[in-house]
Design a protein around this ligand. Structure first.
Ligand code: ZN
Length: 307
């Protein structure tokens, strides 16, 4: 069984009409998983309700406490914006905390079962920095999950692989000073947010950025996985692998210009399973509803087949 952590509450983070990061993204994915041929292999789990006492110390490792308060205030006063495109609706603060809680549940389940799990939550997180949210992201879910995992006995190294088409500037900024965390990103370059040059290596050579030109397809990605991603992650010997699983590198995606197909994510997942079965997938971007849903199905199928 493949645990999928999901709550309908994640639909309550409202971004407004015409916004690409919309609740329908999750509805498309859950419908595809429920109708898919591996539906009986999925174990649907609700996230643990957000517990401030557990979450706040972790959140404050990743974000400035004034920023966390600011999100709370914007939400409690009817909503607003963190930047031109990052919306805070009345329930967004609570939902963003529940999303962090879901990612932490994912860490617990993966480490307990030594098998993959998938967190289907929003808002996404990899652009959220120490002092601010940006790029549809409020709290840095993957970075916070990695910090949480390192508090657990026997967990000394956590790797994050970010295959969202955009560079995870926020995740990188939060973890690059920590020698116990490795961060590897494949992303279109140039593209939003403009960071992720290959010369950005982290303070401990613990960052590997793999910028790829617009128009790249699987024939470009596959050798990069084989020659760069897998060797880098294997050498780090992670006790847990977290995937910032964005699906906006699909050819049909409206926000970027990479030409992957949904089944390519099964190939990526197979590479990751060669490194470790202890993989937490967490949703980041992906804005074409069909391609997004098919890609998550492909990712999960790879995990289920491997079991
Ligand atoms: Zn993205």
């Amino acid at each position: 069984m493949l645990p999928v952590i999901y709550s309908d509450e994640f639909l309550d983070h409202k971004t407004g009409t015409m916004h690409p990061e919309r609740p329908e993204r999750l509805s498309a994915i859950t419908a595809a998983l429920r109708e898919g041929k591996n539906a009986s292999q999925i174990e649907w789990l609700l996230p643990t309700p957000a517990n401030q006492a557990v979450l706040m110390p972790l959140l404050e490792q990743a974000h400035d406490s004034r920023y966390i308060q600011k999100v709370k205030e914007i939400a409690s006063t009817g909503g607003g914006y963190l930047d031109n495109e990052t919306t805070v609706s009345p329930r967004s603060y609570d939902v963003a905390l529940l999303a962090v809680s879901a990612w932490l549940d994912g860490v617990d389940i993966v480490l307990e079962r030594e098998n993959p799990a998938f967190v289907l939550a929003r808002p996404p997180g990899h652009h959220a920095e120490h002092y601010t949210g940006m790029g549809f992201c409020i709290f840095s879910n993957a970075a916070i999950a990695s910090l949480y995992a390192l508090q657990k006995p026997g967990i000394n190294r956590v790797a994050i692989l970010d295959w969202d088409v955009h560079h995870g500037n926020g995740t990188q900024a939060i973890v690059e000073t920590n020698p116990q965390i490795a961060y590897c990103s494949l992303h279109q370059y140039p593209c939003y947010p403009g960071t992720g040059k290959h010369t950005e290596r982290g303070l401990h050579n613990n960052v590997l950025n793999l910028p790829l030109p617009p128009g790249s397809d699987i024939s470009i990605y596959q050798p990069v996985f084989e020659k760069k991603v897998v060797p880098f992650l294997k050498a780090f010997q992670p006790d847990l692998l977290i995937i910032s699983a964005g699906y906006d590198a699909n050819a049909d995606d409206p926000l970027a210009n990479i030409n992957l197909n949904p089944h390519d994510y099964a190939t990526f997942t197979d590479y990751c399973l060669e490194i470790t079965p202890k993989i937490l997938f967490g949703l980041e971007g992906g804005y074409d509803l069909s391609a997004l849903a098919e890609s998550v199905v492909a990712t999960i199928e790879s995990c289920v087949i491997r079991e």
